[in-house]
Design a protein around this ligand. Structure first.
Ligand code: GLY
Length: 301
């Protein structure tokens, strides 16, 4: 059994952006599926799928990321190997072209899990990770959004999500033929965020979690709320205790997110047998998935 799930954010994706989201998650799925179906590893599938979305300005990850309140782009990302429990993550990092690749390098080349700011950039330089200028990540749409937000009363992150502001975080979960489950997530965070703000995406257990004996999860949505309920690990814990049902776990975890902390977002889930599930409480969520048990891939926005 092999399986791959991709997401490209959960929010009120407007009609005119649906096709770009559909194409973006479909492209990411095709890249990762090619790797898995040739016997490649879940680590490569997750990294390369997310790289494709970090390249695609449709999404809030890599190129296309939101701009913070002082006009800078700060990136968060994480990846976790569900067989070794090794993980790598970066938070509030600037000038990295492919944030998930730096997270992977930390997982594979250091004893640490989370590096932030200039220390993460330094690690990337030492390990051949591609650096870039802010301008290489900035797109006109986000510059305009940032200009529009200046001088206005800042909308709290919670209100921003209530008002269905964009949340185009990207993520992937893969199961390869060796039974390895890997999950990864990458984001530019939230629009006009305070400098140094870190969301759920780089926090293992919050935005990302994998345990090859149970399953893997990547989250998207309002990070402050997701952190409070440790959403990704909550889904995995629920699967551990419900006989491995990913649909029930995804549904109940998002219900808990809304009931306990008025949170909004979505999750993609694979259980250890590669059974997929997705659940969200936003109007739309961009996702794509395929397993060797399915006749064809599903692309949904
Ligand atoms: N879920 C992405 C963030 O809040 O940063």
């Amino acid at each position: 059994m092999i399986a791959l799930m991709i997401h490209g954010g959960a929010w009120d994706i407007p009609d005119d952006l649906v096709e770009a989201h559909r194409q973006g998650v479909a492209r990411a799925l095709a890249i990762g599926w090619e790797i898995l179906s040739k016997g490649g590893s879940s680590i490569d599938a997750v990294e390369k799928s997310i790289n494709a979305m970090e390249d695609d300005p449709t999404f809030d990850a890599g190129r296309g990321s939101f701009v913070n309140s002082i006009g800078e782009i700060e990136l968060d990302a994480s990846i976790m190997n569900g067989s070794t429990f090794r993980a790598g993550a970066i938070a509030a990092v600037q000038n990295i072209r492919y944030p998930i690749s730096l997270a992977r390098s930390i997982m594979e080349n250091s004893e640490h899990i989370l590096l932030v700011g200039t220390g993460a950039v330094r690690f990337g330089r030492e390990h051949g990770i591609l650096q870039c200028r802010d301008d290489d990540l900035l797109v006109g749409r986000e510059l305009e959004r940032w200009k529009e937000l200046q001088g206005k009363e800042n909308v709290s992150t919670k209100d921003a999500f209530r008002k269905k502001r964009p949340g185009d975080t990207v993520g992937a979960v893969a199961l390869d033929e060796n039974g390895l489950i890997v999950a990864g997530t990458s984001t530019g965070g939230t629009p006009n965020k305070y400098p140094g703000r870190v969301g759920d995406s780089p926090l293992i257990g919050c935005g990302t979690y994998a345990d090859s004996t149970i399953g893997g999860v990547s989250c998207t949505g309002w990070g402050e709320a997701i952190i409070k309920v440790v959403l990704a690990k909550t889904v995995v814990d629920m699967m551990e205790h419900n006989g491995g049902d990913p649909v029930a776990a995804a549904t109940q975890a998002i219900e808990r997110l809304e009931e306990k902390v008025e949170g909004y977002g979505g999750v993609i889930v694979l259980n250890r047998e590669g059974v997929p599930a997705v659940f969200f409480n936003t109007p739309r969520m961009a996702r794509a998935y395929c397993t060797s048990a399915m006749a064809s891939a599903r692309i949904e926005v």
